[in-house]
Design a protein around this ligand. Structure first.
Ligand SMILES: C[S@@+](CC[C@H](N)C(=O)[O-])C[C@H]1O[C@@H](n2cnc3c(N)ncnc32)[C@H](O)[C@@H]1O
Length: 148
């Protein structure tokens, strides 16, 4: 959560959100300006998360969507600031497709052509190969500026 560098007014996508542990923790940290999209393959799990959101009085800043981690086609390119996914990828058969979707969701106009180039040539292949360090993964997941 620290690594995500969340800030006011951001949008967080939590993939495989389950009961919403990550999403609600993020809301606790940032407050009412944070928008959170919770996705999960399980509709009943998301209904449960929604009931918790209502109870915590944060329903208005949450969006719930049933989908698999490797198909986020309901959402536009570059439409979120941060993607989180905790204890989910082990269940995802097509991890490469899931990572491609995460990239699509966070790669934004804010990157210069050089940064996008670095991201595509250096960061993406490293992450998708699975041969990455924790730091590289954190950089990738945050869609922050590339490693120097
Ligand atoms: C161990 S729970 C983790 C829940 C939550 N991320 C957390 O940290 O508390 C795994 C979650 O991944 C979801 N899940 C499993 N396979 C999935 C897939 N292919 N796409 C999206 N979600 C999936 C499950 O429904 C479940 O809610």
């Amino acid at each position: 959560m620290d690594g995500a560098q969340l800030g006011a007014g951001m949008t967080l996508l939590d993939v495989g959100a389950g009961e919403g542990l990550v999403a609600f923790r993020a809301i606790d940290r940032i407050g009412p300006s944070l928008r959170v999209i919770l996705t999960d393959v399980s509709a009943s799990m998301l209904r449960h998360a929604e009931s918790i959101a209502v109870r915590r009085d944060v329903r208005a800043q949450c969006t719930f969507h049933v989908c698999t981690a490797d198909d986020l086609s309901a959402f536009a390119d570059a439409s979120v600031d941060v993607v989180t996914t905790r204890a989910v990828l082990a269940y995802v058969a097509n991890k490469k497709a899931a990572f491609a979707e995460f990239f699509r969701m966070i790669l934004a106009e804010q990157f210069s052509a050089d940064e996008r180039d670095f991201f595509e040539k250096m960061v993406r292949p490293t992450i998708e190969s699975g041969n990455h360090s924790t730091t590289e993964r954190a950089v990738y997941m945050q869609a922050q500026k590339p490693l120097a």
